[in-house]
Design a protein around this ligand. Structure first.
Ligand code: 2RA
Length: 337
């Protein structure tokens, strides 16, 4: 395969390099692209140094089979035609095309086959908070149809990128040294704080991040499920957490749910609260699965169940999910190679 990574210097781009190497993805040639600023940087892949080229409107994507793009919505919009012109499958991590009817939105554990129908050659990777949630929801949906979901998210600095992670580290150092704290990547100081805002507010009072969960969940699950989210930035560095309350058509017991999570694809059950065992972001950074714990009946709803999930937002929430989509296409013989 000839593979390209667009946005190679970013947090997700760097994770692509690690994941493709770890999973022995079948690559004959790897091309790295970035902005003018990151062009010329060199990264090592399988013992070979690869130089980042500036992304431009030219024929650089001729012969490319799969392009993983993670350079922001504006870049994806501007370069989609250049990238896909010669038949490359563009697996896009931005929000640019997610809700377009002719672009599949895919989480392989839920709707892998949707990736086969891509009239524009583009497959969208959902937002990180949605990806990790639907992997868990899918296990419950198989037991009984989920009608409603409420979520409170606890999102790490990593969701805002590599520079934001560095800013959180700086803020802790600055606060401890009694210096003025730099605030640039977050709307307020995050160190020693939590911020009930991720992305900008929309007309209904929900943020764009919260509306992504509402819209993307329906599209991925092919479901009428309604989702109401409260997304919060917390001062952990990497891996997002979510408290989830689901309402199903029939009551689902804790035992049934635990068994479904234990068997579910992409899920690891971590649920022994009496021994202090439950998922925590600090300890699950760098892991692939969505971890589930604190499974209980919802005391306010006889058809309700509540649980807690943690997943590495840069891996399953971004780069890993995209690579798994590509692996599925290869497995079913759907990319030319
Ligand atoms: C965040 N979900 O955590 C976003 C990243 N896509 O900021």
């Amino acid at each position: 395969m000839k593979v390209a990574i667009v946005g190679a210097s970013g947090a997700v781009g760097q994770e692509f390099l690690r994941i493709l190497a770890e999973r022995e993805f079948p690559i004959d040639e790897l091309l790295l692209f970035g902005s003018k600023r990151s062009a010329g940087r060199t990264y090592s892949f399988r013992g070979k140094d690869i130089t980042v080229k500036e992304l431009q409107h030219n024929d650089d994507f001729k012969g490319v089979d799969i392009a993983f793009t993670s350079a922001g919505g504006g870049t994806s919009q501007e370069f989609a035609e250049t990238i896909t012109k010669y038949g490359a499958v563009m697996i896009d991590n931005s929000s640019a095309f997610r809700m377009d009817a002719d672009v599949p939105l895919v989480v392989p554990e839920c709707n892998a086959e949707d990736a086969l129908n891509r009239p524009r050659g583009i497959i969208a990777n959902p937002n990180c908070t949605t990806i990790m949630m639907v992997v868990a929801l899918q296990a419950i949906e198989r037991l009984s149809h989920i009608k409603k979901v409420h979520i409170a998210s606890y999102q790490s600095a990593s969701g805002a990128g590599a520079a934001a992670m560095a800013e959180l580290d700086d803020q802790y150092r600055q606060a401890l040294a009694g210096e003025e704290v730099t605030v640039s990547k977050f709307p307020h100081q995050l160190a020693y704080n939590v911020i009930p805002q991720i992305d900008v507010f929309t007309e209904n009072g929900y943020t764009k991040e919260e509306m992504k969960m509402y819209n993307e969940t329906k599209k991925i699950m092919h479901s009428d499920v309604v989702t109401s989210a409260m997304c919060v930035r917390v001062p952990s560095l990497r891996s997002h957490s979510e408290s989830i309350w689901v309402e199903t058509e029939r009551p689902v017991s804790v035992e049934e749910a635990r068994d479904a999570f234990a068997k579910g694809e992409g899920l690891t059950l971590m649920d022994d609260p009496s021994k202090g065992i439950y998922p925590m972001p600090l300890f699950l950074a760098g892991k692939d699965d969505v971890y589930v714990g604190r499974i209980r009946k919802d005391l306010a709803n006889p058809n309700g169940l509540t649980f807690w999930i943690v997943s590495d937002q840069i891996r399953k929430g971004a780069a890993l999910n995209a690579v798994q989509i590509a692996e599925y296409l290869i497995k079913v013989g759907n990319v030319k190679g």
